[in-house]
Design a protein around this ligand. Structure first.
Ligand code: PBG
Length: 328
C-alpha cells in the first residue's frame, strides 16, 4: 500500500527550490528614507540598524550607495523644522524631492509620504480644530492635497498619504489633475491600523502625538487609524480609496495583518503594497542582537510571507540589503 510521504519533496535543496511557489525578489522592495531639516549630521535610529535620519547631503550619498546595492525605489519622509501650524510649509520636503530628481533622474523611483504628523506641533496627522479637541477633517484634507501637489510638482513619481483622513484620496487626485499632474501615482495607506508597532518611526520622524493633547482623547491616533479588531473598516477604507482613484493599495503593518493582505489582495485587482513597519522590523533586529534569531533568515521569512499573502511590493527598512540577503 502506498504511503503519503510529504517529506520526499523536502529532502534536499534542489527539490525544495523546485517546489517553492513564491520567492521575494529584490525588485519588489521600497526603502524608506528620512530627511531632516537643520541637522548638523546624520543620526542613527534606535532599533533600525543601517537606517538614518539624513541631512540633505547625506541623503544623496545614501541614495547613491543604495543604487549600487541594487535598490532604486524609495519612500521619502521629510521632517521640516518649522512646526507651528502657521508655518506649515511643504517646501523643505519638496526641495528634497527636486534635489533627488535632479541628481538621479529616472534612475530612482521616488514615492513621498504625505502626512502632517512631522509638521505639526502636536504630532497628529491632521489639523486640530480651534478648540483643540478633534482633528478637522476638511482642513486636514486641504493641507494634504497641497502637500501632495507640491511633491508631485517637484518630481515625485508617487504620493502616498498616510494620514487616514476621510476623502483625502479624492481630494489629492483632484488637486493633481487641476495642476496638470496626470501621471503621478497615488498609493493609499488604505488599510492602516492603529498599531503599537510604529515606535522607532516616531523617533525617526519626530511625529509622536504629544501628551499635551491627551485631555481631548488625542493622546493617540485611535480616532483616525483603523482599530485592529475591525477588519470590516479596512474593507470599507479600501473600497472607498479605490472609488476615489488610488492606483496602489497598502496594508500596514505587515505581519500582524497578513490575513487582511491575503483577503484584500484577492478581492481587489489593484497592486498591493505591504509596509513592514519600524516596530516589526526592529523586533527582528533585536531578537538577532540577543542571539535569539538568525537575522537574515528571519527577515527573509517575513518577506516571503508578504509575497505569499499577495503583496507585489514590500516597503521595508531592509530594502537596501534585499539583494544581498535574498542571494544568501
Ligand atoms: C505617519 C506615519 C507613520 C508611519 C508611516 N507614516 C506612523 C504613525 O502613523 O504614527 C509608520 C511607519 C513605521 O512604523 O515604520 N502618518
Amino acid at each position: 500500500m502506498s504511503q503519503i510521504t510529504l517529506r520526499r519533496l523536502r529532502q534536499n535543496a534542489h527539490i525544495r527550490a523546485l517546489t517553492r511557489e513564491v520567492r521575494p525578489h529584490p525588485e519588489q522592495f521600497i526603502q524608506p528614507l528620512f530627511v531632516v531639516e537643520g541637522l548638523p549630521g546624520r543620526e542613527t535610529i534606535p532599533g533600525l540598524t543601517g537606517v538614518y535620519r539624513d541631512t540633505p547631503d547625506s541623503l544623496l550619498r545614501q541614495i547613491e550607495s543604495d543604487l549600487k546595492a541594487g535598490c532604486s525605489k524609495f519612500l521619502l519622509f521629510g521632517v521640516p523644522m518649522g512646526r507651528a501650524l502657521k508655518d506649515i510649509d511643504w517646501s523643505f520636503t519638496a526641495g528634497q524631492v527636486a534635489a533627488i530628481r535632479k541628481r538621479f533622474g529616472a534612475d530612482v523611483w521616488l514615492s513621498v509620504d504625505v502626512c502632517l504628523c512631522s509638521s505639526t506641533p502636536h504630532g497628529h496627522c491632521g489639523v486640530l480644530n480651534p478648540e483643540g479637541d478633534h482633528l478637522d477633517n476638511a482642513a486636514s484634507v486641504k493641507e494634504l492635497a497641497a502637500a501632495a501637489s507640491a511633491y508631485a510638482a517637484a518630481g515625485a513619481d508617487c504620493v502616498a498619504p498616510s494620514d487616514m483622513m476621510d476623502g483625502r484620496i479624492g481630494a489629492i487626485r483632484e488637486a493633481l489633475a487641476a495642476a496638470g499632474l496626470h501621471r503621478t501615482l497615488l498609493m493609499s495607506y488604505a488599510a492602516k491600523f492603529h498599531s503599537n508597532f510604529y515606535g522607532p518611526f516616531r523617533v525617526a520622524a519626530d511625529s509622536a502625538p504629544k501628551a499635551g493633547s491627551a485631555a481631548a482623547g488625542l493622546s493617540n491616533r485611535a480616532s483616525y487609524q483603523i482599530d485592529p479588531a475591525r477588519a470590516g473598516d479596512a474593507l470599507l477604507c479600501v473600497e472607498r480609496d479605490v472609488a476615489e482613484g488610488a492606483d496602489i493599495l497598502m496594508v500596514k503593518p505587515g505581519m500582524p495583518y497578513l490575513d487582511l493582505l491575503a483577503d484584500l489582495s484577492r478581492q481587489f485587482a489593484q497592486p498591493w503594497a505591504v509596509y513592514e513597519v519600524s516596530g516589526e522590523y526592529a523586533g527582528i533586529e533585536l531578537l538577532a542582537e540577543q542571539g535569539l534569531a538568525n537575522r537574515i533568515g528571519a527577515h527573509v521569512e517575513a518577506w516571503t510571507a508578504f509575497v505569499r499573502a499577495g503583496a507585489s511590493m514590500i516597503i521595508s527598512y531592509g530594502a537596501r540589503d534585499a539583494r544581498e540577503w535574498l542571494a544568501s
